[in-house]
Design a protein around this ligand. Sequence first.
Ligand code: NAP
Length: 517
Amino acid sequence: MRRDMMAAARAGADAVECRLDFLAEIPPRGQLQMLLSDPPVEVIVTCRPTREGGRFAGEESRRLELLRLAGELGAAFVDVEFDVPRRSWPKAQVILSHHDLEGCPREADSIAARMDASPAAVNKLAFTARGPEDALRAFDLIRACRKPTMALAMEEHGVMSRILARKFGAFGTFASLSEGARSAPGQPTIEQFRKLYRWDSIGAGTAVYGVIGCPVAHSLSPAIHNAAFAATGMDAVYVPLRIEPGSESFNRFMDALLERPWMDWRGLSVTIPHKENALACVGAENCDELTRRIGAVNTIAVGPGRHGLLARMGLARVGPARMGGVRGRAASALRGCNTDYAAAIDALCSGMGIPREGLRGRRVAVLGAGGAARATVAALTHYRAAVTIYNRTVERAQRLAGEFTCSAAPIDKAPQSTDEIIINCTPIGMHPHIDATPLERIPRTVKVVFDTIYDPLETRLLRDAACAGCLTVRGLDMFVNQAVAQFEFWTGLPAPRDVMRRVVSESIALPRQTANP
Ligand code: NAP
């Protein structure tokens, strides 16, 4: 613990929490004294009992005696659970804490109010987040308290409550020293706090952006957008937002977000499986024609929007404002677009060294019929390429082909001898299954192969295509293009493309832990 304390101080921590319940045995007085003497940073001593999710299973009186001793030996703060009677508190600055592993307690407001009225120095509420709305509840609680407060929503749904804590003036947040050393689920490492989320630069006026998806933990969007904000000197932070599949959970979150204008939400990226839900939520009338045609939104701008502007000018339409619920509010606050379309077509055309119009009449095989294929096919057919969609579920390919007037076939028939460009829009070959390929053979007629997969940077399909003498286009180009377009849609500023590209390449090149490399 003493060694970790030093490492935490070197890593930039302002304080450390010593979790005495993680020790195999109750430390004798001498050891506790050694631990707490002349620490490099302030020390919070905690000995969490099992009833609140900790590891201490011994007698309560021994636990309280340990906390009393920690106070006597000079711990800056001692964490005491909310149900411990006042007469048993140690003589120290107390962090009064309440933990709920089931979810955000119904009576959270009254618990926070009672903590606030107590003699404790700091209030702390931690609960398991059942959805991202619980992270927003954490901010409500911090804002409602007069005393320094920490309110943390645990697990992946609640990660934003840890990152944005500083924006709302929380007493602090908890970081782990390394990936494997978390003291609670969903806790980022101190390096992620400082480098990825720029914790030190977050303040009350920081604008908030995020990526909605499920899964979202491994998304590179926080890395690329936070780097872009840093490079342009913007006071903004970008967080991951896990939202379970389904329009209900999507709309619930958007409702909760729109109910809190003080959060300074400015923009959202949307990924699998919510792009269609995003279009329905934003409303087709708040999207451009192309996005409506694609039927999916991957970028949302949050702000007054055009109806809000009209309202300020006294010209608001009455219709949407009367609707109530998320759609009513969305009409005045949200705008949506799809940046995948231009990202795909521009990656392909710049790789081929042709203008978009140069695609006219080219025979293109698109593998896959999901979201990425939909944006790609919309773009290709708009520029009059002759497209065949090959998919595992052939009915899905037929439906897409029907919408965009092109052909469809089963994936095992791909490609036909007339196809000259192949675009992979399936996840086959994606990390960690890097030896897989959607095509065992690349016919001689094929001149160009574009793999939308960006992790790994060089897929097996692209390696095979290069060996067969084809021009290859990497998914990285598309990924960077769509993020650049998102940044510009939100901010109206030119995006730092080179920085964004470098950050993604470096993140992908980093060695990762995997069971099946
Ligand atoms: P999606 O909506 O889930 O669609 C996946 C498509 O791949 C479906 O057509 C599916 O066929 C097919 N597929 C999945 N597993 C397969 C398998 N084992 N064998 C054969 N076909 C399979 O996903 P998406 O959003 O389109 O994303 C697809 C890929 O595109 C991603 O994995 C990602 O690598 C890439 N992408 C890249 C970017 C970028 O910026 N570079 C952006 C978005 C996506 P069924 O219809 O039969 O299920």
